[in-house]
Design a protein around this ligand. Structure first.
Ligand code: KIV
Ligand code: NA
Length: 267
C-alpha cells in the first residue's frame, strides 16, 4: 500500500528539493495529478474556475466539502489540502475550528488552508494545537480583493516588504506546516523564504521559494486567466474547440455516429 503524504512530510522539506503542488476540484483531475504532486489543493478558486464567479467570496463550506470529497476519491498518494472559504474562519478561532473540523471529518482530507497574516496567527495555532494541520497563505490574498481593490502583485516597493515578512513569520511560528506566498516580487519572495522556518510555496512569487503551486486549469489553458506568472503547459481550450467543432460538423453531415458506434440487432 502507498503511504499518503502528510503535512509533516511537507514541512520537513524546507530548503530541500522543491515541493510540487497544483489545484484540483474533481476526481479525474485529482487522479491525474496524484502521481506527480506532493500535495493537491482544493482551492476556493473553484468558484471562479468551475462556477464562473468573479471572485472567490461566494464560495461556501458546502462547496468545499463536495469538491474535497471528489478530490479524495481521485488522490491516493498526495496530501489533500482544502481551502477554508471566505467567512468560515475569520470571526473567531472557535468558528474556524468548527468549520476546519468539518472539512477534515467530512472529506478525509489531511489539512486546511486559510488566508491571513499576523491577525490569523492565533487561529492557526488554535487549529494546529487541536489536530488540524494548516497551510498558511500570505502576500496577495484573493479573499481580500475588496480591501486591496484588485489582484496586483505585492512587495514591489520596499515599504511593502516588512508587513509581508512579519505575516509569514507569524504564521510559521503559529505552526503552519507550510505557507503559500502569492503575487510578490522576487527579492521579497527570497527574503520571506529565508526569514521563516516552514516551506514557502510560491504562486507568482519567483523560483526562490521552497515549492510552487498553480491553478491547474490556468497551466492547462482551460481558463481565460493568463497573468504573467502562469506558464501554459497545454492549450486544452483550443483542443476542446476543435473537438466540438468536428463533432458538430459530423452530426450535421451524418458522419457521426458511424457503423462502429451503432448497435445492431442480435443474430
Ligand atoms: O484557491 C486557490 O486555487 C489557491 C491557490 C491559487 C494557492 O488559493
Ligand atoms: Na484560494
Amino acid at each position: 500500500m502507498i503511504r499518503r503524504r502528510t503535512a509533516k512530510d511537507i514541512s520537513a522539506r524546507k530548503g530541500g528539493e522543491p515541493i510540487v503542488s497544483l489545484t484540483a476540484y474533481i476526481t479525474p483531475m485529482a487522479a491525474r495529478l496524484d502521481e506527480y504532486c506532493d500535495f493537491i489543493l482544493v482551492g476556493d478558486s473553484v468558484g471562479m474556475v468551475l462556477y464562473g464567479m468573479d471572485s472567490t467570496l461566494g464560495v461556501t463550506l458546502d462547496m468545499m466539502i463536495t469538491h474535497g470529497r471528489a478530490v479524495m476519491r481521485g488522490a491516493k498518494r498526495a496530501l489533500v489540502v482544502i481551502d477554508m472559504p471566505f467567512g468560515s474562519y475569520e470571526e473567531s478561532k472557535e468558528v474556524a475550528f468548527h468549520n476546519a473540523a468539518r472539512l477534515l471529518s467530512e472529506t478525509g482530507a489531511g489539512a486546511v488552508k486559510l488566508e491571513g497574516g499576523k491577525e490569523m496567527a492565533e487561529t492557526v495555532k488554535f487549529l494546529v494545537d487541536r489536530g488540524i494541520p494548516v497551510l498558511g497563505h500570505v502576500g496577495l490574498m484573493p479573499q481580500s480583493v475588496n480591501t486591496y481593490g484588485g489582484y496586483g502583485a505585492h512587495g514591489r516597493t520596499e515599504e511593502e516588504w516588512q508587513p509581508i515578512i512579519d505575516d509569514a513569520k507569524a504564521i510559521a511560528e503559529a505552526g503552519a506546516f507550510a505557507t503559500v506566498l502569492e503575487g510578490v516580487a522576487e527579492p521579497l519572495a527570497q527574503a520571506v523564504t529565508e526569514a521563516v522556518s516552514n516551506p514557502i510555496i510560491g504562486i507568482g512569487a519567483s523560483n526562490k521559494c521552497d515549492g510552487q503551486i498553480l491553478v491547474t486549469e490556468d497551466m492547462l489553458g482551460l481558463f481565460s486567466f493568463n497573468p504573467k506568472f502562469v506558464k501554459r503547459y497545454a492549450e486544452i481550450a483550443v483542443d476542446i474547440n476543435e473537438a466540438v467543432a468536428n463533432y458538430a460538423k459530423d452530426v450535421r453531415s451524418r458522419e457521426f455516429p458511424a457503423e462502429e458506434h451503432t448497435y445492431k440487432m442480435k443474430k
